[in-house]
Design a protein around this ligand. Structure first.
Ligand SMILES: [Zn+2]
Length: 341
């Protein structure tokens, strides 16, 4: 019976593994596919060294904001933008955006935040997608209005709201959709928030508990290869740093995203080594023979200026030397369930 159950499980996983992303763009703006990124991304006001500008490049995903002149690495954008800021294509006579916002894939509405003051995201919606390899979460922020309810099932392309400019630091002119495609850091974020003495009204769907992947590259990769999966997509990312953590129990992160497991997880080892991109996307979890008492940076990509610029300040140091900052330790704690419950 056990064999049959295992067989059934692996067969269902194998079948589920093949669920296509079936992605669709979240608004009528398709300029990303037409080679016109300047028409796709909303510009961001910038003043740098006395010069003001409106770069559309700062609406992209990645380290695109808050320029800093460094001695060794030239001008570095040190602030990470976890989503895509998509420009409206329809406005009314008062310049308000009219674009319908739609789910990018089949899924369930798991969070609606209709109170514009409850988050920097303003009015926002989170969708949960199950393609068969752990839940993926898309997030739609700065909406004017939500037109769905929590628990509702939507098919890719179904409407969920109207574009707006709710949230911090926006005005009508800069109305846009902030879209994220995320992994979930912890499935008990409220316990973490209680442990760090903060407040959270969004449960697990707080933006700080969601780890954004590169949604624009995902759309382009999916267009080129509709069969692509998220694990395959992430397999091309290279690590910026690795951290070894004491192995006390199985990580819930491994249960959530089994494709992160590399090496023999059944063989005993004193620690896990987790590889991350600079922005903190986990790429792999490997059993390690290193005996560590607390999280330790075991690898970092060599850069000439501070690792803080390239890691959302989770690391400090330069060259091959890096240590976790307080925020880095908290982040590792969140991902590895090392906080009081
Ligand atoms: Zn944004």
């Amino acid at each position: 019976m056990k064999f049959l159950a295992t067989l059934a499980l692996s067969l269902s996983l194998a079948a589920a593994d093949k669920l296509p992303l079936n992605l669709s763009l979240p608004t009528d703006n398709t300029a990303i596919f037409d080679g016109k990124p300047e028409d796709f991304y909303m510009w961001v006001p910038r003043t740098f060294e006395g010069v003001t500008s409106r770069p559309w490049t700062a609406g992209q995903y990645g380290f695109v904001r808050t320029l800093r002149k460094t001695k060794d690495d030239g001008i570095v954008a040190t602030q990470f933008h976890e989503g895509l800021d998509i420009k409206p294509v329809k406005r009314d006579s008062s310049n308000a955006a009219l674009d319908e916002v739609r789910t990018i894939a089949n899924g369930i509405v798991v969070h609606t935040s209709p109170n514009r003051g409850a988050s920097n995201y303003g009015i926002y919606v989170v969708m949960e997608h199950d393609f068969g390899y752990g839940k993926i979460y898309s997030l739609y922020a700065h909406l004017a209005k939500i037109t769905v309810e929590k628990g509702q099932s939507l098919a890719s392309g179904d409407a969920l709201g109207i574009m707006g400019y709710t949230g911090r630091g926006l005005n009508r002119e800069r109305s846009h959709l902030h879209l994220e495609v995320n992994l979930m850091a912890s499935d008990h974020y409220d316990d973490y928030i209680a442990a760090v003495g903060s407040v959270n009204t969004h449960g697990n769907y707080n933006g700080r508990n969601l780890i954004g992947i590169d949604a624009s590259s995902l759309f382009l990769s999916h267009k080129a290869n509709p069969a692509i999966s998220i694990p395959t997509f992430l397999a091309s990312a290279s690590p910026y740093f690795k951290v070894a953590v004491p192995r006390k129990a199985d990580l819930s992160l491994c249960q959530r995203y089994p494709w992160l497991k590399k090496g023999d997880h059944d063989a005993p080892s004193p620690s896990w080594e987790i590889a991350f991109t600079g922005s903190g996307i986990p790429l792999s979890i490997i059993p390690s023979h290193r005996d560590v008492k607390q999280p330790l940076v075991t690898y970092v990509r060599s850069t000439r200026s501070s690792h803080g610029y390239y890691t959302q300040k989770r690391l400090t140091g330069t060259g091959r030397n890096a240590t976790l900052t307080n925020s880095g330790r908290n982040f590792i704690g969140l991902l590895t369930d090392k906080f009081k419950k």
